[in-house]
Design a binder for this molecule. Structure first.
Ligand code: AMP
Length: 268
């Protein structure tokens, strides 16, 4: 496994004519990330994993500072997985070209996380554009846990770059999605997260069977609000275009909530 501290060094060394898979992460790796790496290793000859806590996608500086960083154990995990290349760049290395143009989201895309975390997806699109320009992988592996992120990347960058986007399913522990932020939770809050996830899963399954059950969303919201500190949003949207035009086949449930000041998201 070769570790690169700069994008240029990685570009010098990696043969992009090979069938390369790319897994971007912010580190503090867990089973969700590991499943993306395994998907890449199955489909590709070489796998690049990046670990970069991207400041421009955090709309609160304190959240950026508090974000878990576990670089040594991350490297151990990636070594064990036999990843070929790891990119761990500094902020200045990623953002050395100041001319990078900012992608603005269309008004209709300012829903869910982009409504509640202004500037977040602009930051994501910025860093993924820089990666796409420099890391000419055949595939990029992204998790459905961040469903809106995949939607936005496909919509705004899908046609600009050749790298194909592969969506990978959310990995869970007792229905609760793995997330780096879970490392900031107490045991008690993890149990709360598990309860909330089970409520949502049940609501999803019931609505799938009998679509009229979807009208119980407000009750579900009340139940979850009693468990967590705050529900930021709980919405049902069309999974193809994130509009509110839903039916039994196309609906998806999206949630963002806080457990003791830690913001978590999920979808079913
Ligand atoms: P992050 O390090 O949180 O930026 O996530 C890096 C990648 O891992 C993103 O594509 C996420 O969607 C994906 N990911 C995060 N959590 C999970 C999970 N529980 N299951 C599958 N993929 C995940």
């Amino acid at each position: 496994m070769i570790i690169f501290k700069s994008i240029n060094k990685l570009k010098e060394k990696v043969n992009f004519k090979a069938n390369i898979g790319f897994v971007p992460t912010m580190g503090a790796l867990h089973k969700g990330h590991i499943s993306l790496v395994k998907s890449s290793k199955l489909k590709c000859d070489k796998t690049i994993v990046s670990i970069f806590v991207n400041p421009s996608q955090f709309n609160k500086n304190n959240d950026y500072k508090k974000y878990p960083r576990k670089i040594l154990s991350d490297i151990k995990i990636l070594r064990k997985l036999k990843v070929d290349y790891v990119l761990i760049p500094e902020v200045d290395d990623v953002y050395k070209n100041k001319k990078q143009t900012k992608i603005r989201l269309k008004k209709r895309d300012k829903v869910l996380c982009s409504k509640h975390r202004p500037g977040h997806f602009e930051g994501v699109l910025g860093v993924i554009s820089i990666f796409f320009k420099n890391i000419k992988a055949k595939y990029i592996f992204l998790g459905e846990k961040d469903f809106q992120q995949i939607y936005i990347i496909k919509k705004y960058l899908g046609k600009k770059f050749k790298t194909k986007i592969i969506s990978c399913k959310t990995i869970r522990y007792k229905s609760f999605a793995y997330s780096s932020r879970n490392q900031l939770l107490s045991k008690k809050d993890i149990y709360k997260g598990i309860s909330i996830s089970k409520i949502l899963k049940k609501f999803y399954n019931q609505s799938k069977k009998d679509f009229s059950k979807i009208k119980n969303l407000n009750n579900v919201n009340k139940k979850i609000s009693q468990i967590c500190s705050k529900v930021e949003y709980l919405e049902i949207r069309n999974k193809k275009n994130l509009s509110k035009k839903i039916n039994r086949k196309n609906f998806k449930i999206f949630i963002s909530y806080y457990l003791n000041k830690i913001r978590l998201i999920d979808n079913f």
